[in-house]
Structure formats: C-alpha cells, structure tokens
Design a protein around this ligand. Structure first.
Ligand code: ADP
Ligand code: ADP
Length: 222
C-alpha cells in the first residue's frame, strides 16, 4: 500500500488551521512513528487518513486513487485506534470485540477474536467486564479492536498511553512484527517508544512536516 498526502490543509469550522499544506509519502511495509508536541496536528492527520475528516485543501491518494473514491474499500483494510477510544463498560472484553468484529463485517469472528486477545495478552480477562479493567488493560482492548481482521493499514493514535514499561516493550515488539508486511502508523510523544523500532520517523509541528526520514538521519539533523 502506498499513501501520498499532497499539500493537505485542514481548517476546523471554528477557523483553527490544524494542518498547513502538509505533504508526506508512506509506503508498506513500514513502521512509521509520528512525533510532535500536543496540538501539532497528529490526531488530525490520522483522522484524515481514516476518512473521519475531509481535508479542506489538497488530496490524499491511496495506491494512486483519491481517498474519497476508495474510502469504502479502505475501511475493510484498516485498523484504527483513536485517542480517547470509548469502550462499553458493561460488556466483557469478548463481547466488545465481537461487537467491533460485527461492525467491521468480519466472518468467523470467534477465531479472530481469540487471536487478537492473545496478541494483546488479555486471555485471563476475556470474560471480564470492561469496567473492571485497569487503564493499561483498557488500552490493550483498544489496540485489540484495531488488530481485528489483520488489517493492511494500522493507524494508532498514542497506543502506548497508559501502558506500563513492560507492556510498552510488548507492544513495541508486536507493532514491529505486524509492520513486517503492513503499514503501521503510530503517534507518540515518547521518542524512546519508537526510536529503536521505526524505519521512518515523521516529526510534525504546527501542522507542517519538520522532518521525515530514518531515526539515524533524525539524530544527525539534531
Ligand atoms: P495533536 O494530535 O498533535 O495533539 P491535534 O490534531 O489534536 O494535535 O490538534 C491540532 C490543532 O487543531 C490543535 O490546535 C487543536 O486544538 C485543534 N483541533 C483539534 N481538533 C479540533 C476541532 N475538532 N475543532 C477545532 N480545533 C481542533
Ligand atoms: P483527540 O486528539 O483526542 O481526538 P480532539 O481532536 O477532539 O482530540 O481535540 C484535540 C484538541 O483540540 C483538544 O485539546 C481540544 O481542546 C481541541 N478541540 C477539540 N474540539 C474542539 C472544538 N470543537 N473547538 C475547539 N477546540 C477543539
């Protein structure tokens, strides 16, 4: 999969200009780390990539086709973890993932659900109600739903927030393994989380790309 973001601008209805002529190329397989301070435009960029928002100016191409035209096909190939992802407290982990799998139209959900629960290390909580989970466990449920259906494109907004150091290492390994034959884009403001595993780092600030390249090149620039 190849994604070309071409001079994309995004201005919210209140006049806030979150992205300013941002251009960026992404190509699988790759683990891409998106870095930048709060308010830089990371979440906005991710929402545009999952077609939850439409750019005000510019365009996004997916395999050479405008995102607006391939939006429906893309949704089936996409896993997304938004920031502040809402969970249903009264459902069990399994019931929630079953619901998300149904929304995605996945067939044979039992095996698929068992597999994502295993990959986020939540087997012992599969039958527990979400309201009884810790913050890190809830975040892992969010990551699990993004992994449903083994998507070609994974967009993860601050996936390691709320995880303890051991969990961070687990997910660092999981994401880099997943990215062997996929495109994984994850945002963070903790560079240590991604420096060692990302092939491409993208630094954005005030809605523009400050840097895009390998971690080694970023260190040389600094
Ligand atoms: P980041 O994810 O890097 O913290 P965001 O993409 O969330 O940045 O935000 C970029 C800018 O756009 C910020 O100034 C933020 O306040 C603003 N913004 C985000 N969402 C909205 C919105 N729905 N309406 C207006 N402004 C917004
Ligand atoms: P997230 O990045 O978690 O999806 P949002 O995009 O909703 O969050 O918000 C990011 C930032 O944008 C927040 O700091 C918030 O204050 C600001 N923001 C969100 N919605 C609006 C809005 N309608 N008007 C102004 N600012 C907003």
């Amino acid at each position: 999969m190849e994604i070309n973001i071409q001079t994309v601008g995004m201005t919210y209805p209140n006049g806030k200009q979150a992205l300013k002529g941002l251009s960026l190329d992404l190509r699988s397989p790759s683990l891409v780390g998106l870095l930048g301070p709060n308010g830089a435009g990371k979440s906005t960029l991710m929402k545009l990539l999952v077609a939850a928002l439409l750019p005000t100016t510019g365009s996004i191409l997916v395999d050479g086709q405008p995102l607006t035209r391939v939006e429906r096909q893309l949704k089936a190939r996409l896993g997304y973890l938004p920031q502040d992802f809402g969970l249903f407290d009264e459902l069990t982990v399994e019931q929630f993932l079953d619901y998300m799998a149904a929304l995605k139209g996945l067939r044979g959900p039992r095996a698929v659900i068992r597999q994502v629960i295993r990959s986020v290390n939540l087997e012992e909580k599969a039958r527990a109600k979400i309201r009884t989970l810790s913050g890190g466990q809830r975040q892992r449920v969010g990551i699990a739903q993004a992994l449903l259906g083994d998507p070609e494109l994974l967009i993860l907004d601050e996936p390691t927030v709320g995880l303890d150091p051991e969990e961070r290492i687990h997910f660092r390994n999981l994401f880099s393994q997943t990215a062997q034959d996929r495109l994984v884009l994850l945002s963070t403001h903790i560079i240590e989380d991604i420096q060692s595993v990302c092939g491409q780092l993208v630094v954005i600030n005030r809605g523009q790309v400050l840097f895009s390249g390998t971690p080694e090149a970023l260190i040389q620039t600094a």
